[in-house]
Write a protein that binds this ligand. Structure first.
Ligand code: GLN
Length: 443
């Protein structure tokens, strides 16, 4: 066996050697990792981890991959960091700026390249975390998922990504984007690892008012492989022509494997699925415009910017925010305006309720829902998708986000170019154990 220090040093070496090629890390925190690895007590025997750069690690910069926060040092540890006791922090991972994006190309620093093919995107917004795990630059990573940011990059990079139930894991110390949907979760190589990390993360935190006290807190104990008679729902809206052929084939193959293991398939109609992206886009923008209003430039130590308060505020935001962030702030402000509020914001909330009801009804006839995580595999870097095309990549991840449901992406094969394909499992609130069991049996 190896000591935490030895393992940490080996990962640091690999991370430093490969980061220029892949771009998974914004900052490799070598000294901290070495220091952490020397502690006497660790969760999981001191396995080193990578942390998305929108989660605070005390005395390390939290940039959210934005120029505006380039020099922003965190002054406290997020609850998730405290709970993973002394797991060495190898570094902070690259992401789309303020977690807005699906390709990691909105990072103000550099994009993350897909370890399977360096000409392809890693997905986003937790692309750095997914790529770090896929390329063995960390043993596991934490990401955040608002509308798919853990699951979509996990699918593109061939790793396991879990978005927990809304309220299962504390967001204290996560930079908020859309607080009604933001969740932190693990990116790992295996479903079993995911269960280990989740067991450490889950549970009530007085610092996040939305957290609950679930009954299960150890997801590893009852991780069983018997899925006989588990009813798996297949929503027809997830298997349309919009899903690429090879993706559909791989998911269908996975369905047959699960049937052989004893699961029963049921057809589902989640009729509001096609409206999820629209509702998500509006709600996410509305919440983001209000969340990011606190970044007024006065605390970003950007000494170049002078003048009175309002000038400082305008100039630092003009210079500091990238195009996607500005687009969402403007869209969000526009729809929250009193003349537009009823037509857009309220209507999007109504659609959200309809999406939630679709799921509620569906779970009367099945235990878990299965479909592809994404309509395609990783697309080429610099594809220059227009924003709407880009948002549509989140068609299958946004519904669970709107409903606050737990959902996981698990690798289920490769396309003809050798790029990984992800399978998504969605369960009722706080039924992470069911997802983990089916995923574990499948893997
Ligand atoms: N890709 C989605 C978006 O651009 C999801 C982002 C996220 O989950 N943080 O909003």
């Amino acid at each position: 066996t190896f000591s935490p220090s030895e393992v940490t040093k080996a990962y640091l070496k690999k991370a430093k050697e490969n980061n220029q090629k892949i771009g998974a890390y914004i900052n490799i925190t070598e000294d901290k990792a070495v220091e952490d690895s020397k502690s006497k007590f660790h969760s999981f025997g001191g396995v080193p981890m990578a942390i998305k750069d929108n989660i605070h690690v005390a005395n390390v910069n939290t940039t959210c991959a934005s120029k505006l926060l380039k020099n922003h040092k965190a002054i406290f540890n997020a609850t998730v960091i405290k709970r993973l006791i002394n797991c060495p922090v190898l570094g902070k991972t690259n992401m789309d700026e303020f977690a807005m994006g699906s390709s990691n190309e909105t990072s103000a620093f550099y994009p993350v390249k897909n370890p399977w093919d360096l000409k392809k995107v890693s997905g986003g917004s937790s692309g750095g975390s997914a790529a770090a795990v896929a390329a063995n630059l960390a043993s596991f990573a934490l990401g955040s998922d608002t509308g798919g940011s853990i699951r979509q990059p996990a699918a593109f990079c061939g790793v396991v990504g879990l978005r927990p139930t809304y309220g299962l894991v504390s967001r204290y110390g996560l930079v908020a984007v859309a607080p009604s949907m933001d969740q932190i979760g693990p990116l790992t190589k295996t479903v079993e690892d995911s269960a280990y990390v989740l067991s450490n993360l889950a549970g009530f935190d007085e610092k996040d008012a939305m957290t609950a006290s679930p009954k299960t807190l150890d997801y590893t104990k009852s991780l069983k492989e018997d899925i006989k008679n588990v009813k798996i729902g297949l929503p027809k809206q997830y298997f349309t022509d919009y899903t690429n052929n090879e993706v559909r084939q791989a998911v269908n193959k996975a369905i047959r494997t699960l049937e052989k293991l004893g699961a029963k398939m049921v057809e589902l109609d989640l009729s509001h699925t096609p409206y999820s992206v629209s509702a998500y886009t509006l709600l996410c923008a509305a919440e983001a415009s209000s969340s990011l209003a606190r970044l007024n430039g006065t605390s970003c130590k950007n000494t170049k910017i002078k003048g009175d308060y309002s000038k400082q505020c305008v100039n630092s935001r003009t210079e500091g925010f990238g195009i996607e962030v500005k687009r969402r702030i403007l869209l969000g402000t526009h729809i929250l305006n009193s003349t537009n509020y009823a037509e857009y914001y309220i209507r999007a909330q109504k659609v959200r309720t309809l999406v939630q009801r679709d799921f509620q009804r569906a779970f009367h006839s099945c235990d878990i829902i299965l479909g592809p995580t994404t309509p395609t595999t990783a697309f080429p870097l610099n594809s220059k998708h227009d924003p709407l095309t880009m948002y549509l990549h989140d068609s299958y991840t946004t519904p669970a986000s709107l409903a606050g449901l737990p959902a996981m992406s698990i690798p289920c094969g490769y396309d003809s170019n050798g790029l990984p394909i992800g399978l998504q499992l969605i369960a009722p609130h706080f039924k992470e154990q069911d997802i983990l069991n089916v995923g574990h049996a499948f893997q």
